[in-house]
Design a protein around this ligand. Structure first.
Ligand code: NDP
Length: 326
């Protein structure tokens, strides 16, 4: 148990583009935000290679670089950026209670949730076994592709992420086999065309993973099956990449916040407000439609402005800053 309870005006949970943008706005509005980075400081963008679609970077920027710049910008206005993982919340009373790393208790006037989403896996025993062993299963080509230089790898998925990652891997690996479970891509036409036109990417449609094969330590191949004919065959590979989407990181809010059937936090349309007064949401934790860095940043801004106005309405000593509305 914690011996001292910290009281703060504004807690931001998560350190992706949503969290840092909320921090920049909240700090400039004199809310003295405290931001907990979570287990993946910088969020999902730190696992992305080149970001070419964030306005203001005509030549593109790497995800990690962009997140470092956002952190610097938030700290410039004295956001208190901390290491730590929010493990529990209690939003049942007037005071919003939050626990960090199980022990530290914080009482917050406002909370901005920017916890994002995490990569999904297929759930096969063999996939999980080699994932836990660190033996060749990964959900992040940009993080791990380097280890498979000049080797043969398999990637599952047919969305924009899978295409982006397959293309990234094709530059490092001898061969990339892409498993698409339907007879078409979900990805945008331009991304799908890019993989189709890459010589060392082979696309197998109507194909799913039966088992990740290995020698007990590392991956040696993948047994796949055609879901139309049920025919199976083995593909030699040292790496098995999974790019099949993400799950929102919202488990700790269950029972307090309204979530949709897939776990995304439900916000009041057109705002960042949740069903709990003083608790706001931004970024991918509430967005299963757009899921872009720039939309996450936009909703981070909305959350900070909504929190500031909420605080001003509750606390007559707190003044709404004019700077944020200029
Ligand atoms: P998506 O949800 O768009 O795609 C997931 C893919 O994984 C689908 O093709 C789906 O197949 C497949 N899949 C899901 N479960 C399984 C399974 N069990 N076995 C085999 N395949 C499976 O996720 P993404 O992460 O690709 O993209 C998320 C969002 O981010 C999208 O809006 C995307 O546009 C955006 N994005 C944009 C980028 C960019 O513009 N640079 C880069 C990356 C993402 P099926 O199609 O059959 O359902």
């Amino acid at each position: 148990m914690s011996d001292t309870i910290e009281k703060i005006k504004c807690l931001i949970i998560g350190s992706g583009p949503a969290g840092y943008t909320a921090a920049i706005y909240a700090a400039r509005a004199n809310m003295k935000p405290v931001l907990y980075q979570g287990t993946q400081p910088g969020g999902q963008l730190t696992t992305t290679n080149e970001v070419e679609n964030f306005p203001g970077y005509p030549e593109g920027i790497t995800g990690p670089e962009m997140m470092m710049e956002l952190q610097k910008q938030a700290e410039r206005f004295e956001t208190d950026v901390r290491d730590g993982w929010v493990t529990k919340v209690d939003f049942s009373g007037d005071v919003h209670k939050v626990w960090v790393n199980e022990t530290k208790e914080i009482h917050c006037d406002t909370v901005i949730i920017s916890t994002g989403a995490s990569a999904k896996y297929l759930g096969l025993d063999s996939e999980q076994k080699y994932l836990k062993l660190g033996g060749g299963v990964s959900a992040c080509a940009v993080c791990d592709g380097f280890f498979y230089r000049n080797q043969e790898v398999v990637i599952v998925g047919a969305g924009d992420s899978a295409c982006e990652e397959a293309h990234y891997l094709s530059k490092l690996c001898k061969k990339v086999t892409m498993l698409v479970r339907r007879d078409e891509f979900r990805a945008s036409k331009i991304m799908a065309a890019r993989v189709k036109n890459t010589e060392n990417i082979e696309i197998l449609f109507n194909t799913e993973t039966d088992e990740v094969l290995g020698d007990g330590q590392v991956v040696t191949g993948v047994r796949v099956f055609n879901n139309q004919t049920n025919e199976k065959h083995e593909i030699p590979a040292t790496g098995f990449f999974v790019a099949i989407g993400h799950k929102p990181n919202t488990d700790i809010f269950k029972g307090f916040l309204e979530l949709d059937e897939t776990g995304y936090i439900v916000n009041v349309p057109g705002t960042s407000k949740t069903n709990i007064e003083g608790v706001f949401v931004s970024g991918d934790a509430a967005d299963h439609v757009y899921r872009q860095a720039v939309t996450a940043a936009g909703t981070g801004c909305m959350a900070a402005l909504d929190a500031e106005r909420w605080l001003a309405a509750k606390d007559s000593t707190f003044e709404v800053s004019t700077s944020t509305y200029n």
